[in-house]
Structures are given as structure tokens and as C-alpha cells.
Design a binder for this molecule. Structure first.
Ligand code: ATP
Length: 224
């Protein structure tokens, strides 16, 4: 696949995508690779392969009892049958609006959209709000708002992909959820300070060192 990306001076981006080989992946390819799913902890999917193939991969992952992350990007409508196989749906405001019809322009509306998505069957939802951070809700009744880190933005390309990759890597069911969301937010914050797509994605060590610097600064500024 090829992606042609324009970046505005504000750091926001637009992407024109040519699917290339990604568009030729088939359900038969997924079936051939499915036995390998036994050895994985989690399956992370998004919408840059044909939708029928994504659904097939979801079904296999679900059948093997693997944790499923779905990032429905580029945006498209996703039905109840699909959402019921998703453990963690990670989406931005545009994607949330396409799926729920709710215009996500305030954190309160973001929470309403999360409720709607939980009602459609997924176990947990992370709705990312760019520089406004994210809201998280799940079926267990947990609800969190996590602010974005304040950084100097150069290019927001790959913020969403970095976020979901870091989240899937750090996620442990029932582990420290706020810490996992903060880790993924830190990864994405580092990405937006750098130009480019893949080359702007930080290594785990860089994320940990950023988090320890931020936490040192927070402690220094605490009153008393
Ligand atoms: P993109 O399509 O540009 O890759 P996205 O629209 O899928 O991104 P966003 O909601 O823009 O995803 O960003 C994902 C996360 O990245 C946010 O929740 C936030 O933690 C972080 N992030 C994005 N933009 C900024 C920013 N300007 N400053 C700090 N963190 C940011």
C-alpha cells in the first residue's frame, strides 16, 4: 500500500491511500494463517484490508479466545455482530460519528457515544480526542478521562496508529488501566512532536523515559 500525506502548518494531516497488496488480502489468506493465532496474546485490526477479511480475522481471533482490538479507520459503519466480538474498540471523533451518528464535540458527547457503542456489544471503548486526550468506558462500569500530554506539535500523522499499537502492547486485562492509557497517550504525544509516519513512532524505552520525566516534573510542581 501507499499513503500520500499532506500536513498543514497546524500539524493536522490528510491522507490519500492506495491499498495495493492490502486490498488483495483474502479470507482464505486469513484462514491459512489462523493456526498461528494460538501463540498470540492479542489481535489488532483496522480497516485497511477488505472489510470481509477483517471480519474473518475477527471471527478467528474470537474463536481462539484472543483479546481483540479494533480501530475502525478509515471510518465505516460497524454493526452489532462485529462489535460483539471486540474487546477494545479504539476510535477517533470522526469514526465515532460515522458509527453512532453522534457528533463528538465535547467530552460529555464522547461519553454518550461510548455508551452507545457499549450498547452495541463491545466490551470497552477508547474514544481519542486528539489534543483533548481521550475518554474510556467499559461494560464493567469503569469510566475515565485522560488528558493529552502538552507537547510541541510538529506533525500529528501516525498519532492514532501509535496510540493503538502502544495500548495493545501494554494492555493486560484487569491490570492498571489508567497506567496503560497514559502509556499509550505518551507514545502518541512523542509521535506528534516528530515529522513523518513510521519513523516518528517511539521505542518503548523512549516512552518510559518521557513518562518518568513528566512524573518528575509533576512532583516538582506539587505545592508544599
Ligand atoms: P491520526 O489519524 O492523526 O493518526 P487519530 O485521529 O486516529 O490520529 P487522535 O485522536 O488525533 O487520533 O490522537 C490519538 C491520541 O494521540 C490522543 O488521544 C492523544 O493522546 C494523542 N495526541 C493526538 N494529538 C495530540 C496533540 N496535539 N498533543 C498531544 N497528544 C496528542
Amino acid at each position: 500500500g501507499l499513503a500520500f500525506i499532506t500536513v498543514a502548518s497546524s500539524g493536522e494531516n490528510n491522507i490519500i491511500l492506495s491499498a495495493g497488496a492490502n486490498g488483495r488480502l483474502t479470507a482464505a489468506d486469513v484462514e491459512a494463517a489462523a493456526p498461528g493465532l494460538r501463540d498470540v496474546d492479542a489481535v489488532l485490526l483496522q480497516n485497511e484490508i477488505p472489510w470481509s477479511v477483517t471480519q474473518s480475522a475477527l471471527q478467528w481471533a474470537h474463536q481462539f479466545g484472543k483479546r481483540v482490538f479494533l480501530n475502525p479507520a478509515p471510518a465505516r459503519r460497524v454493526g452489532r455482530e462485529t462489535l460483539s466480538m471486540v474487546d477494545v474498540l479504539v476510535l477517533n471523533e470522526t469514526e465515532a460519528q460515522v458509527i453512532t451518528g453522534i457528533q463528538v464535540d465535547t467530552p460529555h458527547r464522547a461519553e454518550t457515544a461510548c455508551q452507545r457503542l457499549l450498547g452495541e456489544g463491545c466490551q470497552g471503548v477508547v474514544l481519542t480526542l486528539g489534543s483533548n486526550g481521550l475518554v474510556y468506558q467499559d461494560k464493567a462500569g469503569r469510566s475515565l478521562r485522560v488528558p493529552a500530554f502538552s507537547v510541541e506539535v510538529v506533525d500529528t500523522t501516525a498519532a492514532g496508529d501509535t496510540f493503538i499499537g502502544a495500548l495493545a502492547a501494554i494492555w493486560e486485562a484487569d491490570a492498571d488501566l489508567p497506567r496503560a492509557l497514559r502509556f499509550a497517550s505518551a507514545a502518541a504525544a512523542l509521535t506528534v512532536t516528530r515529522a513523518g509516519a513510521q519513523e516518528s513512532i517511539p521505542e518503548r524505552g523512549e516512552i518510559e523515559s518521557f513518562l518518568s520525566q513528566v512524573s518528575d516534573a509533576e512532583h516538582t510542581h506539587l505545592p508544599g
